[in-house]
Design a protein around this ligand. Structure first.
Ligand SMILES: [Zn+2]
Length: 368
């Protein structure tokens, strides 16, 4: 066994009796590798000849099972999946039109549309094209609740589409408490509670000088709900506000309640200084101003060779495609304020969309 710079042992291969490769009819193998950073042993089944592989999994049997189920496909990702228009399933959702056009213009991707109304309102997957052979794809579109995304992923597999982001990876970044520990001191402190459980406000007041209320995905920004609470809030008032919170989140309520330390953000001309960074396949593919701040506001330090540069870069948070949002605090330091799944996070105003899709393509091209 040899070692490479990425701290993985280069795998060894075991030849399988069956099945034969779906791509070229050749022999398939199971590759085993050890990742020293995490101490994991991972398995992947597939064909070295033409490059049809399953995902890496923690169990050998699972890799072989995936291969038998026809879930192997080429590593490269050159297929995008967008929601269609609500009324016309043959055209892309108006909100995704610019991205669709820019992605097509790169000449790097094929695009498949799924029927918005059939999926979001009836849970039925209808695609505008069918595939003969399994292909990996990237989803760009609306947020889904975890259970809805899992159904989506499974239904797509039946149609020979394997999303690069598995359901557990979607949840890893879409639900902030899942990623919280990995960010350590570089994000606001949080406490989590089950939905609809009475929360002891005295405990919150002891833990935080000021705090805000969210569920595992979002707050109820833009409503009369307070931006933050402080030591003046009483239990009775807080309980009443929580009723308001549940009312506003309604159907979208996800995971549990997340109480978050309220951070004092720096403002320039009334605007906060926030950045959204997209990561794909371990690469930072874009880093954009995300709060309408003026161009003279300081840049996110990860763009410079500062000593802190590594601390503010998060290329490996447990999903192949995700976002990390950063904000400058009043004292000039920076913290992570949000994370999100890459498929359902919006691009920034004024972002070069073509450049984004080219970077996305190359991030998944040519390596694992
Ligand atoms: Zn093959």
């Amino acid at each position: 066994m040899a070692f490479c710079g990425c701290q993985e042992s280069i795998g060894f291969y075991e030849t399988l009796e069956s099945p034969r490769c779906k791509g070229c009819g050749g022999e398939c193998t199971v590759e085993t590798k050890h990742v020293f950073v995490t101490g994991q042993t991972l398995y992947q089944a597939g064909c070295k000849e033409c490059g049809f592989f399953t995902d890496w999994t923690s169990e050998k049997e699972m890799a072989i099972e995936q291969l038998k189920n026809g879930e192997a496909c080429r590593r490269e990702v050159n297929l995008l999946l967008f929601p269609s228009d609500y009324f016309d399933s043959s055209i892309v959702d108006a909100d995704m039109q610019k991205e669709y056009a820019a992605a097509m213009e790169t000449g790097l991707f094929d695009v498949i549309l799924f029927d918005y109304d059939a999926w979001f309102n009836n849970g039925r997957l209808r695609l505008n094209k069918s595939l003969d052979i399994m292909r990996r794809a990237i989803y760009r579109g609306w947020m889904m609740k975890p259970e809805q995304y899992e159904s989506f992923y499974k239904a797509l597999l039946q149609s020979n589409i394997r999303l690069v982001t598995k359901p557990e990876e979607y949840n890893a970044l879409h639900l902030f408490p899942n990623v919280y520990e990995k960010l350590g001191e570089h994000t606001a402190r949080i406490m989590t509670f089950p939905l609809h459980e009475k929360i002891d406000v005295e405990l919150l007041k002891k833990s935080f000088k000021r705090f805000m209320v969210k569920d595992y995905v979002k707050s109820v920004k833009g409503t009369e709900f307070p931006v933050y609470f402080d030591e003046t809030i009483t239990q009775e008032e807080f309980d009443r506000w929580m009723e308001v919170f549940y009312k506003y989140r309604g159907e979208l309520l996800t995971g549990g309640v997340c109480i978050k330390e309220y951070l004092d953000l720096k403002r320039y001309d009334g605007r906060t200084n926030e950045y959204r960074v997209f990561y794909a396949n371990g690469h930072r593919i874009s880093c954009e101003r995300n709060s309408g701040q003026m161009a003279t506001a300081p840049e996110l330090p990860l763009l410079f060779e500062w000593p802190s540069v590594c601390q503010l870069d998060y290329p490996h948070l447990g999903s192949p495609f995700y976002t990390v949002d950063f904000a400058e605090l009043a004292d000039g330091s920076w913290k992570v304020i949000e994370t999100g799944d890459g498929g359902v996070s919006g691009l920034s105003d004024g972002q070069d969309i073509g450049a984004f899709y080219r970077s996305l393509y190359w991030a998944f091209h040519g390596d694992s």
